[in-house]
Write a protein of this length. Structure first.
Length: 133
């Protein structure tokens, strides 16, 4: 793993959260995007080398809708950049981690992504991210 790629924050209303984070961080989001496969709308902020991803559910079966119903708004995941997501999935499975996505899928911000179950990581959902060409 190379670095923390971003921190994902689940929100009820992306427009309201976007306005709040713009005030908080002193910068506008650089990108908004719909990820239909996950049922979310996202907005990304960059401050220095760090990124924040805001996530709003677009339907009731979205993982974000389920997360907010269970835990409320807040930190949803920590994402790590990797060079070879498939090799990292294999390595983590060998280390005993439960990989939710054994095959990476297309995610937001032009990335391939896979998730590690939070039961193995002290309650923190971990996302692996590899840049798409």
């Amino acid at each position: 793993m190379k670095k923390i790629e971003h921190i994902g924050i689940a929100v009820n209303d992306l427009n309201t959260a976007d306005t709040l984070y713009k005030k908080l961080l002193g910068v506008s989001s650089y990108k908004t995007e719909h990820v239909e496969s996950e049922g979310v709308k996202t907005a990304f902020f960059k401050v220095g080398e760090s990124k924040i991803e805001l996530l709003e559910a677009t339907n009731d079966s979205s993982p974000i809708a389920k997360f907010i119903a269970k835990r409320g708004e807040g930190i949803h995941h920590v994402a790590f950049a990797v060079d070879d997501i498939k090799a990292e999935i294999v390595r983590l499975e060998k280390e005993g981690f439960t990989v939710i996505n054994t095959e990476p899928k297309r995610g937001a911000d032009n990335k391939l992504v896979a998730f590690i179950h939070p039961k193995n990581t002290h309650g923190v959902l971990i996302e692996l991210c590899q840049d798409l060409p």
